[in-house]
Write a protein that binds this ligand. Structure first.
Ligand code: ZN
Length: 469
């Protein structure tokens, strides 16, 4: 078995991966809070975990992958203030919090399937593991790491002397990462809720030894990870935004309950910016996979886009960059669609170069470079096919069904061009209506154009349309 090197956030260095129970590799990934659609930033993180999983399988490990679904509902800013996300979302959509959670959970798993993310063997909902969470809090209570305030059961971070180590936190000075004002009875701002009490407006509530209430956000991950993977994980994944609070708290509560190292490796995916700025709802640049499809992109173009750089590098998403990724992927599909039936043996030298790239902290951009090198080479086409399809076990770009993929893409692009043509015609009609001062009807047409996914630009040469966003 070739050794896989991974960057471990815990040590801030690249280390050789060695699981506790070889050949099994046990991975836990923080899942979604299911109160709205996953955006492309979430997909970046989950594609990174998928590449990790596939790479370990490529290296011969048997991966056991667990992902949670946060369906309990927590406060708006993942803190203890404000209204609960799930309650707010449910009211807005006229659903119960349970219905809302199921709706977005289903959408999420459909979305990740479209970018060829392998479904984890275990998907666990927080609402179905309340007992495990209560038992873990009881262990912490017994070990002396909790105290009780009118707001609930709180983790006493001062009792865990390594609390600040993982995120290299400066607890005395800068506390901007921490919740404030949530609970005036807390001893320290970084202390966090294990069980929340006295929130009558929160819809989801359960009985507990401390009274009726609901679990804090962090405890669910520790409780479910331990339930399905044991008290020591090989790898825990997530986005880097989770390092200072969520993962810091997972480590604190897990290690204070068990006395063991919770996860050997912490693998974090870097941020995704859009057009050079942070994605946010208010800026209107929080894109989903559905938005990409509406603009004529195949979901795998997004996967290819992420594979072009390291998961540890922040990337800037633009529609032009996605277009370039789609063009590059379509070229690979064109090449593969003309290959003969694959030979029996792959080209070992290319495969080992490909492996070396991936085993070097999942260097997908170097792995793609090997793909392009192989395509350009004068190797036997049947052997090329075998080798490329083998590489696709990790890349998951559907290379073996390239012809179908290419046809789907052309059909979709054709449909997008049709809507652009239609939008342009509407824009010309709208200009006529404006000349006739029929502004009401002109506004209606603008709405129709936007419904097609375009916006109108009035130029000296007449109206033009461009894709929204
Ligand atoms: Zn988590």
């Amino acid at each position: 078995m070739m050794k896989v090197q991974l960057y471990n956030t815990a040590s801030r260095s690249v280390e050789e991966f060695a699981p506790i129970h070889p050949p099994e590799a046990r991975i836990y990934s923080c899942g979604m809070t299911v109160y709205s659609f996953a955006h492309i930033g979430h997909l970046k993180t989950y594609i990174a975990s998928d590449i990790l999983r596939r790479t370990l399988e490529f290296a011969g490990y048997e991966v056991r992958h667990v992902m949670n679904v946060t369906d309990v509902g927590h406060m708006t800013s993942d803190e203890d203030e404000g209204d609960d996300k799930m309650d707010v979302g449910a009211k807005k959509e006229g659903l119960s919090p349970w219905e809302l959670a199921r709706k977005y959970e289903e959408h999420f798993f459909n979305t990740i399937r479209e970018v060829n993310i392998i479904r984890p063997q275990v998907i666990c909902r927080a609402t179905e593991h309340i007992q495990e969470q209560i038992e873990l809090i009881q262990r912490l209570e017994k070990n002396g790491f909790t105290y009780i305030t009118p707001a609930g059961v709180v983790f006493d971070s001062n009792k865990f002397d390594r609390y600040a180590d993982f995120a290299r936190l400066q607890l005395d000075g800068n506390i901007e990462n921490f919740r404030t004002a949530a609970d005036p009875d807390r001893k320290s701002p970084q202390d966090f809720s294990l069980w929340v009490l006295n929130k009558p407006n929160h819809v989801m509530q359960w009985d507990s030894p401390w009274g009726r209430g609901y679990p804090g956000w962090h405890i669910e991950c520790s409780a479910m990870a331990m339930r399905y993977l044991g008290e020591e994980l090989d790898i825990h994944t997530g986005g880097i935004d989770h390092i200072p609070v969520h993962h810091t708290n997972e480590i604190a509560q897990s290690e204070c309950a068990t006395g063991k190292t919770f996860a050997r490796f912490w693998v974090h995916s870097a941020f995704l910016n859009v057009d050079g700025t942070k994605m946010s709802k208010s800026l209107g640049n929080l894109y989903t996979l559905d938005d990409c499809r509406a603009k004529g992109f195949t979901p795998l173009a997004l996967r290819y886009f992420f594979l072009q750089s390291s998961y540890r590098k922040p990337i800037n998403f633009t529609w032009d960059a996605l277009e370039a990724a789609q063009t590059a992927l379509a070229k690979i599909w064109e090449f593969c669609s003309e290959l003969p039936a694959p030979s029996v043996e792959p080209l070992e030298d290319y495969l080992s170069e490909f492996r070396a790239a991936l085993y070097d902290d999942l260097n997908t951009s170097a792995a793609l470079a090997v793909v392009h090198k192989l395509i350009k080479s004068d190797a036997d086409p049947a052997a090329k096919a075998r080798t490329l399809f083998k590489m696709d076990d990790v890349l998951a770009l559907d290379l073996a069904t390239s012809r179908t993929r290419l046809n789907d893409l052309r059909t979709m692009r054709g449909a997008t061009q049709d809507s652009e043509q239609k939008a342009l015609e509407l824009a010309q009609q709208r200009q006529e209506l404006r000349k006739q001062k029929n502004f009401a009807e002109a506004d209606r047409l603008r709405g129709e154009i936007e419904a097609l996914g375009f916006t109108v630009m009035d130029t000296p040469a007449g109206p033009q349309v461009k894709p929204l966003g």
